[in-house]
Design a protein around this ligand. Structure first.
Ligand SMILES: *[C@@H]1O[C@H](CO)[C@@H](O)[C@H](O)[C@H]1NC(C)=O
Length: 412
């Protein structure tokens, strides 16, 4: 019997799964798990999505296996739990599934977020896994001022926010599931092509290129846009998995349980497996953000200083009274960013031919989002220590250097 657990990662190839896999089975050094299976809808060889230059090396490790599975099909979920010959049953499940696009319908969110997680979780409960770690991306509007701890009332943002949040209530309502939830701020890191931070960096790079100040919306920019390095998202997931494995759900709930409240507004669509609105759903929940607790302005200053330019705000006021509508101006806002980024890619030495990163900010990226979390609880309860406590020029430069080395970021 191996002393190390074995683990499955479901979904998240486009978000944090690759970094999680690299933590569990490092390219150099001792693996933390005896066996790792990664399951997602993409092909990885040849890749049908961007996977960065490090992940293929993780996949080559002997104790790592990748399965391409359509997890929206319930009958395809159970076989994922059957370990390869000679391996013990899986004891940890990392659930990073869920639809990321902000503009998808209820039907799409139900199928790809809610029901997918439900099928995986029911199967995990049946197998009695020791820990089921759900990654809850920050599809919330937080309050600008407050404690920002896990008890603070946060509002799910739109259709995507509603279904991701309802997924937590559904998971919490599965009694025998050793569920623990990790809720990060805005994720950034090497090879993380998902999220607003990397877009913001590409836009900042275009302003550096044309030697002009970058102009942000939403002045004065004091609102929190808390960030977290992907190393700490996955570090936190591993830490809570071990914590849960030792104590189980009941005790975890009594130590760190939070009520996850029903939050429907206009959205009244229902689906099979939803917890009734009046049901008290309690699950251990941990925020994870870095110690920088950046505002929009601080993030803008850090990103632009990297490219030798500065960050300012447009001097018109964007509010409900103004005739100016963000929805009507997305293309205009992006025009110069896209043109300049394309020019930078072409002029790069060597030229960038595989286009992964871009400077296009969609409506959701451009909207004002307040992401404000406090990560004290995971530090106190689980003893987690941040690996990357600050977002600064060095952490961002490291990303750019890695992307330049793999040929996905312009080298000018
Ligand atoms: C996955 O299965 C669903 C349901 O059968 C189907 O609608 C979808 O097209 C499939 N996706 C892929 C990538 O095959």
């Amino acid at each position: 019997m191996s002393a190390k657990p074995s683990a499955i990662i479901f979904g998240g190839l486009n978000t944090c799964s690759r970094a999680l896999a690299a933590l569990l089975v490092p390219i150099e050094g001792e693996p933390l798990v005896s066996h790792l299976r990664i399951v997602d809808k993409f092909s990885v060889s040849p890749p049908t999505t961007y996977i960065g230059s490090e992940f293929p090396k993780v996949l080559e490790k002997p104790n790592v296996e990748y399965l391409q599975v359509n997890l929206t099909v319930p009958s395809k979920v159970a076989p994922c739990f059957e370990p390869p010959a000679g391996q013990e049953a899986y004891s940890i499940v990392f659930d990073l599934t869920g639809e990321l696009q902000w503009d998808r319908s209820d039907e799409v969110q139900i199928k790809f977020t809610f029901s997918t997680a439900r099928h995986i979780a029911l199967e995990a409960a049946k197998h009695g896994v020791r820990a089921y770690v759900r990654l809850q991306l920050p599809f919330y509007e937080c309050k600008e001022k407050g404690t920002h701890d896990e008890k603070e009332d946060v509002k799910p943002d739109g259709v995507r926010g509603f279904w991701w949040h309802e997924t937590l209530r559904m998971l919490a309502s599965i009694p025998d599931l050793n569920l623990v939830i990790v809720r990060p701020g805005m994720v950034y890191g090497p090879y993380v092509d998902y999220g607003v931070v990397i877009r913001f960096m590409a836009v900042a790079a275009t302003y550096g290129y044309i030697k002009q100040p970058m102009k942000g919306l939403w002045g004065p920019g004091k609102h929190p846009t808390n960030t977290v390095h992907v190393d700490d998202v996955v570090g936190a997931m591993w830490a809570v998995a071990q914590w849960m494995g030792q104590i189980g759900r009941k005790e975890a709930n009594s130590i760190a349980g939070e009520e996850i409240v029903y939050k429907a507004e206009k959205n009244k669509t229902t689906t099979e497996g939803m917890a009734p609105p009046d049901q008290k759903c309690i699950a251990p929940l941990f925020n994870i953000v870095d110690d920088s607790h950046v505002s929009m302005l601080a993030l803008g200053n850090t990103a632009t200083s990297l490219f030798d330019t500065s960050f300012e705000f447009h001097n018109f006021i964007v509010n409900a009274l103004s005739a100016w509508k963000l929805e009507d101006n997305v293309e205009e806002i992006n025009e110069s960013h896209v043109v300049n980024w394309t020019e930078m890619l072409a002029k790069s030495d060597p030229p960038v031919t595989k286009i992964v990163y871009n400077a296009y900010m969609d409506l959701d990226h451009l909207k004002k989002h307040v992401v404000a979390f406090n990560a004290q609880k995971i530090k106190e309860v689980v003893g987690y220590q941040l690996r990357r406590p600050q977002i600064n020029q060095e952490t961002l430069q490291e990303i750019i250097d890695k992307l330049k080395a793999e040929g996905t970021w312009p080298n000018l």
